[in-house]
Write a protein that binds this ligand. Structure first.
Ligand SMILES: Cc1ncc(COP(=O)(O)O)c(C=O)c1O
Length: 394
């Protein structure tokens, strides 16, 4: 399927396009088909690609190369830590876990699984603005806590959580701390040294690399059981022949990251300008988390009287890709659990739209998007008004 030139992609939290550098590097590396575990010639090229990628990523993330484990993506990294720490601490005095109510399903469902095995899990609530309830966190954190898993940035709202502070508090009680940093990497500066976490998850397709590739950072001293048992790959911490081309792609993209800081500011300027103009030009619109620290690229917008799915489809026909929430739940008519957890009503959550910008988003695209959004919202509201006789934004 090819996109028309007029197609404007504003769904970068769902996935990002492939960077040209990655595309070229992968094509060039295709002939390196050997098994990196082989000690003969065919294995040497692939093995050096793995070594190079690990080095590049460690430099970018500020950790030791030996602390990085290549995985199949964010979901596997999250599952590995949560289940791996549970198994390691089973039968010890550390039998409690803490997470938040707005995590990605790969975290929430892993914890629900631990609950089904009898573990005690606390879910830290958030305010309507998406701010984590730190008092609740401090109350439930104790010498019994084995692991805290709280995300760095929310995929639907972009709200940032104070990772260093949360990690420090967990460490004061002797607990391990994991952060799902899938949405943060490539959108804000990330330093594992500053965060001082024990584990962190990353996903290649959220930073212009390949799908089915990811990383788990596991601090040297932190212990967990192995999730995928098998060969001695990844220093016997994750079995399975490595996805050499995918890992190579991650390493190439890590090299690009040192030049992308400029995009963070650019996305923020475009996002803020879009939100200002949106509020001026369409009545009955709210920005869901305007007043809190957020990713520079994400806007969660509540548009009264317009169903998000209908709006999304109308915009798609006009050449704009946006989302109503997490990509993994699109096609699901239920309102976003993240927005519900923030205290929005089901109707408000269903009237919400997620717009997520990328490195290549331009001012012209955002202006074109706003004009189209205005006319689509007007049309959908007219249709709704003629059905029920309501006027919005008065
Ligand atoms: C916050 C967050 N964590 C984890 C994941 C899962 O990553 P992957 O698609 O690589 O499994 C996603 C993907 O949407 C995400 O947004």
């Amino acid at each position: 399927m090819s996109f028309e030139l007029t197609y404007v992609y504003l769904d970068h939290n769902a996935t990002t396009p492939l960077s040209q550098e990655v595309e070229q590097a992968v094509i060039q590396a295709l002939p390196l088909w050997g098994n990196p575990s082989s000690i003969h010639q065919a294995g040497r090229g692939p093995k050096s690609l793995l070594r190079e990628a690990r080095k590049n990523l460690a430099r970018e993330l500020q950790c030791s190369p030996l602390e990085l484990i290549f995985t199949s993506g964010g979901s596997e990294s999250n599952n590995s830590v949560i289940k791996g720490v549970y198994e390691k601490t089973l039968g010890t005095a550390r039998c409690e876990f803490i997470t938040s109510t707005v995590e990605h399903p790969s975290v929430l469902k892993s914890f629900q699984y631990l609950e089904s095995l009898g573990a005690r899990v606390y879910y830290v609530p958030v305010s309507r603005q998406g701010i984590l309830d730190i008092d609740y966190y401090e109350r439930v954190l104790s010498e019994k806590t084995a692991l805290v898993s709280i995300m760095a940035a929310n995929n639907e709202t972009g709200v940032l959580f104070p990772v260093s502070l949360l990690s420090q508090k967990a460490h004061e009680k002797g607990a391990l701390f994991h952060t799902d940093a899938v949405q943060a990497f490539g959108k804000i500066p990330v330093s594992l040294k500053d965060w001082n976490v024990d584990f962190a998850s990353f996903s290649g397709h959220k930073f212009y690399s390949l799908k089915g590739t990811g990383l788990l950072y596991a601090k040297k001293s932190s212990e967990m059981e192995i999730f995928i048992l098998g060969g001695a790959q990844e220093r016997a911490r994750r079995g399975g022949t490595e996805n050499v081309l995918g890992i190579h792609a991650l390493g190439i993209q890590a090299n690009q990251l040192k030049n992308v800081g400029v995009y963070f500011g650019q996305m923020e300027k475009l996002r803020n300008r879009f939100e200002e103009r949106l509020l001026e030009s369409i009545p009955g619109v709210k920005i869901n988390q305007a007043q809190v620290p957020r990713l520079p690229n994400t806007s969660s917008v509540l548009i009264e009287g317009v169903d998000g799915e209908t709006l999304l489809m109308s915009l798609d026909i006009k050449g704009f890709a946006v989302s109503t929430g997490a990509a993994c739940s699109s096609g699901n008519p239920e309102p976003s659990p993240v927005l519900l957890a923030m205290g929005l009503t089901a109707a408000e959550a269903q009237n919400s739209l997620r717009v997520s910008l990328g490195w290549s988003t331009t001012e012209e695209q955002m202006d074109h998007f706003l004009e189209t959004l205005k006319s689509v919202v007007q049309r959908l509201r007219r249709l709704a008004e003629s059905d029920v006789g309501i006027t919005y934004g008065s």
